[in-house]
Design a protein around this ligand. Sequence first.
Ligand code: FPP
Length: 254
Amino acid sequence: MPLPLATATTGSATVGTSQDGSVPRHVAIIMDGNGRWAASRGLPRVAGHRAGAEAVTRCLKAARAQGLEYLTLYAFSSENWRRGPDEVADLKGLLRFYLRHKVAELHGQQVRILFVGEVHRFGPDLCDELARAERLTAHNTGMTLLLALSYGGRSEIVQAAKALARAAQRGEIDPDSIDEDVVSQHLLTAGIPDPDVIVRTSGEHRLSNFLLWQSAYAELVFLDQLWPDFNETSFMQILEIYARRDRRFGARPA
Ligand code: FPP
């Protein structure tokens, strides 16, 4: 059941309500800039990722306070495996730490946690912890948090195409019946509404293989702020920018 959405106000601007459609149901974020944040302070990259994990907590708090239904965070891309072994180990360690210390709290807040991506690549131990977190929170009725881990949009579409081709080969599906809904149902995000807005921090203007199918009609918001600096005000800024956008889904202006 959708949560009641708060009317958000920052400064003099009013963000809106769920009734007038000016508040997004689903915000997806490309958390970028941890490395630059650390470098600008003369710190190792891992310090940027640690600060980034703290920003995740602030973002979750703001999203829940605003009654957001779905929050997706791009925590590890399929391309991130190309980083040095030390950095990959640091990111895996942070993820494990986060799961151990935050899942119980999120469960207490009725947050449902889901993971999308090739999570088996993290190895059986971490995979088990991810599965435990999903099972524990499966019936929660508050916000849904999707963590994209070892996620790549193109490979997600490829696996959906393969699954559909196999089903057609077995005679379980008529190729002519494959439409956009059928493809959506074969993606890792099946059952989750497409994001209304996709945000990228750090001043970069790219999707970087994030939710390529699901982003078809998403509003794109680019913030100059580095991810570790993200806070409640940043979240409110996203809602304000979104509220000012005129979403037409290809239709003519009214
Ligand atoms: C991009 O910054 C960020 C990542 C590759 C990882 C995101 C990870 C976190 C926010 C912390 C851990 C998350 C959880 C959920 C525990 P970058 O390293 O590419 O930054 P740069 O472009 O400035 O180098």
